[in-house]
Design a protein around this ligand. Structure first.
Ligand SMILES: N[C@@H](CCC(=O)N[C@@H](CS)C(=O)NCC(=O)O)C(=O)O
Length: 219
């Protein structure tokens, strides 16, 4: 029997967080593949449309929102840990993840909303919208420098070991290096690559970190 059941859609960044966390802990996940254009199954299970949704097969507890799912996984299967053992470091890791979710995602989300899900045509933007895209792109690229600095002398965002900061950030930052894979038409991922792109020459430590985390097991 699987340790947990998780609803997913293809190429979902937030689902990949759960796959990385479960892989780290050696958990068996029963994946429920959902048609991105037909969310009835997710809605019936959780009362909302977004994935990931995790279900505890024993208790039937349903958890939505990837940060909550990750916290639940850590509580239920504490070893190997995703959070640093030192309480102060663990608190800082939480601050990082909160900021990543609440602040870092802002610019690419705003750019994707302006460009629209299909058209992706910057030519039809007003001057003010185009300036907003430029500003948000600069913000995103500016923050890349901070990740590069953070990785000076350490292999992972939380410190020496792989942990919750890597799980939280990798599924998004990877698009800066790699670009969306074939079949991934999500405009948000395209924005991450076009406006937050980097390579081994511009950001060697960040690029090496993407390659390193890509080797991690995923459930
Ligand atoms: N805060 C939620 C966001 C979940 C979310 O936005 N999921 C995306 C996939 S990564 C989704 O289901 N989007 C709806 C859609 O693509 O139609 C989390 O972290 O799990």
């Amino acid at each position: 029997m699987a340790d947990l059941r998780v609803y997913r859609i293809p190429f979902s960044t937030n689902v990949e967080r759960v796959a990385l966390a479960a892989g780290h802990k050696g958990l068996a996940v029963e994946w429920v593949d959902v048609d991105p254009d037909d969310r009835r199954e997710v809605r019936e299970a959780s009362g909302q449309d977004l994935v990931p949704v995790a279900v505890d097969p024993d208790g039937g507890r349903v958890i939505v929102d990837s940060p909550r799912i990750l916290a639940w996984i850590e509580e239920r299967w504490p070893e190997p840990s995703l959070w640093p053992a030192d309480p102060g470091e663990a608190a800082l890791a939480d601050v990082f993840c909160h900021r990543f979710n609440e602040v870092w995602k802002g610019p690419p989300n705003r750019i994707a909303a302006l460009l629209g899900p299909v058209a992706f045509d910057e030519g039809r933007l007003t001057d003010a919208e185009r300036r907003a895209v430029v500003d948000d792109g600069e913000r995103l690229r500016g923050w890349l420098r901070r990740f590069e600095e953070r990785l000076d002398g350490q292999d992972h965002l939380c410190g020496a070991s792989f942990g919750i900061c890597d799980v939280t950030a990798y599924p998004f930052l990877r698009y800066g290096l790699e670009g969306p894979p074939a079949g991934d038409a999500d405009p948000f991922h395209r924005v991450l690559h076009q406006h937050g792109g980097f390579d081994a020459a511009s950001h060697p430590r960040l690029a090496a970190w993407v390659e390193r985390v890509a080797q991690r097991p995923q459930a």
